[in-house]
Every structure is written in structure tokens, then in C-alpha cells.
Unconditional design. Sequence first.
Length: 573
Amino acid sequence: MIIDPEYHYETVNVEAQQANPHSLLWWMKRLIALRQQHPVLGRGTMEFLNPRNRKVLAFIRRLGDEAVLVVANLSRFVQYVELDLSSARGMIAVELFGGTPFPRIGELPYLLTLGPHAFYWFALTHEPSREAVTVSSAPTIHVAGGWMDVLEDPAWDRLAEALPRYLAGRRWFAGKARDVKGVSLVDAIPLPANGAEACIALVQVTYREGAPETYQLVLGFASGERAEQVKGHAPAAVIAELLVLDRRREAQGVLYDVVEDHDTALMLLDLIARQRRLKAGHGEVSGKRTRGFRPREIGPGSVEPRPLSAEQSNSSVVYGERLVLKLFRKVDEGVNPDLEIGLMLSERAKLPSVPPLAGFLEYRAGRRHCSTLAALQGFVPNEGDAWEYTTAEVGRCVAGLDPADEPLGVERTVGTRTGQIVVTGRIDRLDERRLPHGNRVLVVVDYKTGRRLLTTDDARTSMPLALYALAAGRMFHHACRQVELHHLPTATVHSWEHSAESMDRHVRRAESIAAECADADERFRAGLPADQVDRVFAPRPGPACGWCDYRALCPEGTAAAAARQPWDGLAAG
């Protein structure tokens, strides 16, 4: 009987191994998959190399134009080996597991070091074996049975080769700048037929470097006239062309993303409205409603779906100007932040200013692993999205800038000494501007994003800005008297030019504050009586005490304001 917790069945079991991408189960799966991708490892000729180090086994297998170098350390200690690869001179050894190219093979013996019982599989190629993603035509895949059998072997291997090309053209795909190593199927969930067949496919994209990512695809098949319509109106949605062969007939069509399809959109809404559960190979998809769901609003013809055309990192469908479904393309384990925030603001805080959350779709694999697939919210008419608003505001701000005003520093740290203190700080932006007569001056720029409107007095009375100007002028040996406050929400600029007298006033004020702090610190260190501590560090309670993390330890703060939740500030707006 095994009682060691490290090897107990609660620790070593299929579910735990399946959930851990670094487990022995997944390592064996990847090893078998790699072995199947390279038939040369089991067939063809074998040329043994005879290195001086007899503790290292090395040989080359060849089949047609493919050649693989296998190097294995048979010792339990680290070993090095020099291989005679003159027959492969000029070629590159590409490690098969990670796709990492090693140095080009030259005239000298090829030097490798191996850890205890380690091994290498190298593909000997003239170029690194990295498939370039192109926008070539979609491949044709032969499928025996129904079209959903494309998700089964051997058709899946062809589809897995086509998916990187398709994903690279999707805006919601976050791995465009990364080198895709392969695509594997996590699970497939057939959707209930409602005029057209479709399924949700969760695929895992692995990269040559970095952690893998899981993406959600909603797949469908179209043949005949419908296939021509898809290729004509939405060619970017086509993943592959399928030739489906069964006992009765042969159908040729396209495999495409059907999120924007009318019947599929209604299917997804129906899953949430009826809180249905769909079994899958390794888990299940379930639709759930919240208290914000209004069944009466969903009537015949009242929720006609239409896809949102705005570019975004997910896919959204609007139902009759009443509801909007956001389909999360990149699927992470756990509750999606959009759903979590929506539940908090709608269910707990009950804020009227946020779109109500009506329901969501989630995928569960086992008892522990849950992922959010989609969120259904109330539709709020708008005049654009955040991206359009942001680009318009940035364009308006940039239009008023002088190209000659090149920033001398951004987030620049400055510092200087006065008669009594050392001041240091970080400036949002430091400009160097030329005056009409040719002299150069430095300008301290500070950005503000608060709701309170600013005035010139804010720039004039700001002690930090004055000290920034003093420090910048001394560091760069140029006059720096002007400070500017840029209020981003209103795109207004408030400027003030200090005189020598006003700069001195701010310095004296800073030295006075520093002296008071030093005096209080010295008195405290000298053993200040307990009854006088609160007099030296007197509390200043106010409305903000309701959010303070230390209010439970502060009687004055507790009496000044009731406890507030972080989201209460949104209700005030």
C-alpha cells in the first residue's frame, strides 16, 4: 500500500496530470506527438557517429530529404562530446522540442554538452525550421464522416497546421509577435442545432518561448451557395476548405468562424436564457443568468443579432439594441475580470450608471478549473468606443503641440540641495524651449487627470513644481522658472512663471516643513511621553477616512466618516 503523500493517488492521478502542462503525462504526449511529426525517427537509414566519449551515443537518421541527429548521454554525470558532422557541413541543427537553432555546422568538430541522462533531437536543415505565417489560400482538408470530425485525427493534424495562419490575421490574437510552435485541441463542445451546426473549440497555442495561451473558436461548416457567400463576404473568417466524405454523399465547403452567423448568435443567447448545460469531451459549458436578466425583453424579433464592427480584442454581438454578448477570445483559467467587475458593480453595489450584467457562459473541466467564455450585458447606446475617443483626444492634444518643443526628459528624476534640505523628485515632462531672441529656457510640465478643474493659482502655489524647477535649473545649468499644469480631461494648460522671490518663498516653506518634521522626530526619539504623542502627530480626520485601511485603529477617523467600499466612489460620480 502506498502511503507516501508524494505518490498518493490524490496527488498522482489523471485529472491532476491533465491539469498540469508540465506533468509527466503531458511530456509523454508531446514526445509522442513529436515522434509522429517526424517519421524519420522510426524509419530510414541510421548512421552511427563514433565520438571519443563512449558515454555519449550519437547517430543520424535519414529519410528522403529529412535528417535528424540524435545525441544521448548514457551517463549519470554531465558529459561533453565532439561530433564529426562533415557530411552536414553548412547546415543548421535545430532542436526539435523548442525549435531553437544551434550554431551552423562548420569544418571543426561540433561541440555539445549534455546533462546527466540528457538527450537532444536535432533537425539538420539549411535554414531554421520556423514556418512563416503567410496569407496564402486556405488549405483543403479531407474529412471522413461528419464535418466535426475535422477535430479528430488524422484531419486535426492538417487543421493544426492551418490555424497559425488564421490566428495571425485575427485582431484578438495576442501572439502575433511570437513564434508559434504548435496548436493543440483542449476541448470541443457541439452547440445545439438551431438551423445550422456549430461547435465551440478551445485550442491551446504553444510558443517557442513563453507560456502557452488558450483561445476560443466558434466553428461552423458551410457548403454550396452558402460557402460561396462566406468566401465572398467574409474571406478572413475562412480557416480551411473541407471535403467531407461519408457513406452517402460528398460535400465540399468551408470551415469558418461563425460568431457573426445569425443562427449561431441566437444559439449562444439561448444557452444563457435557458441556463443550459452542454457536455464536452473533458468538461462542460453552462449558461447562467443573473438578477439583471429580463426574460420579457427577449421576444420573437426583439433580439435580432448583429455583430459589432468596431475593432476590439474580443468578439461582440448586439441583440436588438437590448443586450450585448462579449465573447472572450483569449480564455484564462478563473473568472474573467470583466465578469468579476460586472458582478460586483451590478449585483452588490447596484450602480445605475453601469450596464447591468444579465448572464454569462463558463467552461468547467473537473471540480477546480473554471473559465469564463462570454458575458451578457445590457446594451447602452453610445457615440463610439473608448479606442476612438482616446485616439481623438490624443490627436487633439498633439495638434496643439509645437514640433520644435522636443522634451528634454520624460519621467525625469531631478534633485538639488538648499541651505537646509535635499529635495528630489520625478518630473512628468521637462521641455527645452527657445525664446524669440534665441535663448533657451526649461519648462516643468505636470499632467493631471482629476475631475477638479484647475486654475493658474494651482500652478502658482504648487510647492513641488517650484522645487522641480529649482532642481532642473541647477542640474542643466539653464534658467527654469516656468511651470505648467496640463489637465488632460479638459485639454487645458495653466502656466506660471516664478520670480526669484517666489522661488525663495517656496524653498523657505519646504525648509520649514522639513524642520517641523525633524523636530517631531527628535522629540519622539528622545522618549516623548505617551500622552503627548497624539499632540505631535495630531490626526486630521475628514470624509476620506471612510476608505482608510487604518480606520479601525483610529478613533477620530472612525467617528469622522462611515466605512466606505472602494466602488462607492463611482456612485458619487
